[in-house]
Design a protein. Sequence first.
Length: 579
Amino acid sequence: MRFLRAPELPLEDPLRSEGSRGVPSQPPGTPWRFLIWLAGRRKGLMLKALITSAIALGALPVLPFFLTGAVDNGLRERDWGALTAWSLGMIGAGFFTAAMIVVSHRYTVFWRMDAAYRTLQLATRKVNRLGDELRRKVTTGAVVSVGATDINRISWAVDSLSPTAGCLVGLVAVGVLLFNTSVALGLTIFIGVFAVGLITGPLLTRLQASQETYRERVGDITERASDIVSGLRVLRGIGGEARFNASYRRDSDALRSAGYKVAGPTAWLNSLGEGTPAILLGVVIWIAGRQVASGDLTPGQMVAAFGYTGALLLPVHWLIGCTYRIIEGRVAAGKVCELLAVPERRAPQEILPGPREGAELHDPESGLTVKGGELLAVASNDSGQVAAVFDRLGGYTESEARFGAVPVAQLDRDELRRRVLVAEHDAYLFAGALASVVAARDGHDRVEAAVEAASAHDVVEALPDGLDTELDNQARTLSGGQRQRLRLARAIAAEPEVLLLHEPTSAVDSHTEARIVDRLAEARGGRATAVATTSPLWLGRADRIAFVQGGKVVATGRHRELAAEHADYRALVTRGEEA
């Protein structure tokens, strides 16, 4: 049964079509063209699914053809041999149709899963390429909705293409058979289908518009839910929980209203799908009965006409459902296209090798220099300015920053990330065992050393399974200070050549902070470490302090020198001590 074997998933290259050896095809930027492009990546599978569906669903309405022969040639003529032959023919056709339905469904599932995996891989690749730019350019709700709903709806839209083709073939087959039986009956079917098409056109337009509004609301409420969950502890602390709950309730009401607007055209489409065949059946039986009475039709032909029309119930019902899914898929494809169209940082024209170990990291825009082997404290009354400087030094934003004599923008990304690490105080903590949260690479001793340097040993000891304890996303069962120390341990365990820490101890008490300062200075001895802070504990231990105002370094030196010579620095430090 090799011809029914499932395709290999995930795909080696989601951009390349089956059997293609040329340049990979880039996905189009418009929803309908994206769906067509996605469906055509495996042309062989597409043709198999479409052809088998056309045979399977197209043959269903043909089965009543055998009734004509059984009634007219068997029952009426009392020819039991003819009756047996026509009956066996109908049974054989039924088994053949059933087998083709199974094969068609199997191919259709393969086709759907290929579309799902291909879209998932495209979206994941895009998110990975955006990297640190993702949060600046795309909302959390948009990304979550693509993964949670849009990919699934796109796959079902592709899945609906083969039954749609089969249903259309079935409609044409019924019309042709009825034309051969009676021109009046054939015209009845074609006029009825044409009228349904005229009615459903405006309904489909309304459905698409309603689906787009609904999808926007889903993204909004997903974003709001993400914000509430991630900041729930803070919201409760400042008394903002009720306000955000009220905002979420308003968004929920708007989503429900948008859902009702989707339900309206959907209900009308379902009514058409259920009611149209019943109305056509009544009209066909009335016309056929008059023609039998007048002798223009035989009883067997009337029975067949009833069977042909009755067989329309399933194709028309499926056709309406498939149309709804395709509309949903088109809206979802639009959101995926928006994600894929997000501009990425321009790749450097020339990749340069990194400098020697211990080279200085310099940002010309601010004048900040991080020297090899030193513990540098960066003090400012605006921590956002220091964060912007660190982002430039880490290559997260375009700048003229240099690592030694090499422009940061021209360094290989992997080498830069390995050698220079920007660690934010609120960086994301992934779910998993605590040891893997601190350091994904192997090295139990290295993890323990990092935990000790971050003064997080008490956090580990308080957990039931120590380093093997499973934590959820963002380790929400831990306090803010405990999570901050785990983030610091993770940064230390990475062992970068240059470590840029942004407010690493803002959520811990002074005694714990003093231990962290001493231990980190010892653990990072001989490697460059810059800490954005106004804490006197860091400032007093630092080898050098850079005082930043207005995004520029205005003075450098030791803590006592700057406190004696610069009133603004002294005022900043005094506020820090009072806090």
